[in-house]
Design a protein around this ligand. Structure first.
Ligand SMILES: Cc1ncc(COP(=O)(O)O)c(C=O)c1O
Length: 383
C-alpha cells in the first residue's frame, strides 16, 4: 500500500495552533512539533467507526487498547511491561508537571540537559520547584554529556532527572552505554528518572535502536517514570492521548496521587486512535520514516549548498526537528528576520540556547513545502 506524504494539506482556518499563529499572513509555519500529514488510514477508519457508534460517555481503555500498547512495546523494543504499570494521561507535558510535583518538594531541584524541550524547564517552575540545566558539550560528530558538570550540578536538593530520549531539539539517539551511565548517575544520587520517550518511534537511522531507559534492568526500572504517546509519530497530538509506564508500585501510587482531581481523563476518540496506531499502522510508520529521511537529507544538502552559514552541528538521528546553528548570521532576532521573509521557526532561546544562536525547523511536511520554506530563507539571506 502506498501512502500520500506529498500532497499539501490546507490547514488554514482549522483549529491548528501551528497554522493559526500566522493566520492572514504569508508565513509557512515550521515551528510547533506536529506534522502537515494526514494520519494513517487505519486510524481514520477506526475513528470513523467509533464516531458512527454515536455514544461518547466517560472512557476507560478496553483490554484490546492496553494489549496494543503492551505488544507494541514488546515487538519494537523487546520491553515487556505489565499492563498494571500503565497510567493514562491526556498529554506528556501533563506527565512532566505531575512528575515534578510528585517527586520533588517546593524548592527541590530538577536536573536536565540544555538545550531541551522547554517544558522540561517550565514544569518544575510551574509548581515552585527549581529547574537546573547542564549544557550539552558540543563535539564535531555528536553532542555529548558533560559528565563533570552534571556531577557538579547535584546538590542535596536534587531529586529528579528529566531525560529526553530521543532528544528534542538535538535529534540525538541515546546509546545503551550512555543510558547505563545515566542510570548509574541517578542511582548514586538517589534521583527519580523521568524518561520522555515521545519521539522513540521516529528514529531515522535504521542502524540505531531505541532503548527504553527502564528496559535496562530492574534497578533502573524501579526509579523510572517513562512517558510515551502515539501523538508525534501518528500525528494525533490534538487527540490528547499519552501514558506513563511506572513499574514500581510505590512510585506509581505517588504519581497517581498527584494527578487526583486535576488531570483530565483520556477521551474515547483518543483511546480509539491509540489502539489503531499500535495495532495497524506499522507500514504507514515505515513509509513516514522514509519520507522524513528524504526530507532530512534534502534539508542538509540544501543548507550545505545554498546557505552554508546555517549549520547543523551533529547528525539528525531522530525526530522531524532540525536544530539550526544560525550564530554566523549575526542576526539580533533570527525568528523575526525569517518571519519577515515568510518562514515561521522556533526560537532556540526557548530551549535554553543563547539568544540569536539557534532555530528549530520542523521538516514534517510535504517536500514541496519544505523546499519553498528553504527558498524563502535563502531569499532572506540575500540583501
Ligand atoms: C520531548 C517532548 N515531550 C512532550 C511533548 C508534548 O507532549 P504533549 O503534546 O503530549 O503534551 C513534545 C512535543 O513536541 C516533545 O517534543
Amino acid at each position: 500500500m502506498t501512502f500520500d506524504f506529498e500532497t499539501p494539506i490546507n490547514r488554514h482556518g482549522t483549529d491548528s495552533q501551528k497554522w493559526q499563529k500566522y493566520a492572514g499572513r504569508d508565513v509557512l509555519p515550521m515551528w510547533v512539533a506536529d506534522m502537515d500529514f494526514v494520519s494513517p488510514p487505519a486510524i481514520l477508519e477506526a475513528l470513523h467507526r467509533r464516531v458512527d457508534h454515536g455514544v461518547f460517555g466517560y472512557a476507560r481503555p478496553t483490554d484490546s487498547t492496553v494489549t496494543a500498547v503492551v505488544q507494541g512495546l514488546a515487538q519494537r523494543y523487546g520491553w515487556a511491561i505489565d499492563p498494571a504499570w500503565l497510567v493514562w494521561l491526556p498529554g506528556l507535558v501533563v506527565g512532566l508537571n505531575v512528575t515534578a510535583q510528585a517527586f520533588a518538594a517546593p524548592g527541590d531541584e530538577v536536573l536536565s540537559l540544555s538545550p531541551v524541550y522547554p517544558p522540561f524547564m517550565t514544569a518544575p517552575k510551574n509548581s515552585g520547584r527549581v529547574s537546573v540545566t547542564v549544557p550539552w558539550a558540543g563535539r564535531t560528530s555528536r553532542w555529548e554529556i558533560d559528565w563533570e558538570q552534571l556531577e557538579a550540578a547535584v546538590t542535596p536538593r536534587t531529586k529528579l532527572f528529566f531525560l529526553c530520549n530521543p532528544h528534542n531539539p538535538l535529534a540525538r539517539v541515546w546509546r545503551r552505554d550512555e543510558l547505563l551511565r545515566l542510570a548509574d548517575f541517578c542511582a548514586r544520587h538517589n534521583l527519580v528518572l523521568c524518561s520522555d520517550e515521545i519521539h522513540c518511534d521516529l528514529i531515522l537511522d535504521p542502524q540505531l535502536p531505541h532503548v527504553p531507559t527502564a528496559s535496562l534492568g530492574a534497578d533502573i526500572a524501579a526509579r523510572t517514570i517513562t512517558l510515551m504517546a502515539p501523538s508525534k509519530t501518528y500525528n494525533v497530538p490534538g487527540l490528547g492521548t499519552s501514558f506513563a509506564v511506572i513499574p514500581d508500585s510505590a512510585l506509581r501510587a505517588q504519581f497517581v496521587r498527584a494527578t487526583a482531581g486535576i488531570v483530565a481523563e483520556v477521551t474515547t476518540l483518543g483511546f480509539t486512535a491509540c489502539e489503531a496506531a499500535y495495532s495497524h499502522c506499522e507500514p504507514w510508520r515505515q513509509a513516514l520514516l522514509a519520507t522524513l529521511r528524504g526530507n532530512r537529507d534534502f534539508l542538509l544538502e540544501f543548507l550545505a549548498r545554498e546557505m552554508p552559514a546555517i549549520r547543523v552541528d551533529a547528525p539528525i538521528e531522530a525526530t522531524y526537528l532540525a536544530w539550526l546553528n544560525v550564530s554566523a548570521l549575526g542576526l539580533p532576532d533570527p525568528v523575526a528576520h525569517f518571519e519577515q521573509h515568510g518562514v515561521g521557526l522556533s526560537d532556540g532561546a526557548f530551549f535554553g540556547a543563547p539568544r540569536g544562536s539557534h532555530l528549530r525547523l520542523n521538516f514534517g511536511c510535504p517536500r514541496s513545502v519544505l523546499a519553498e520554506a528553504l527558498r524563502r530563507m535563502k531569499q532572506g539571506l540575500r540583501g
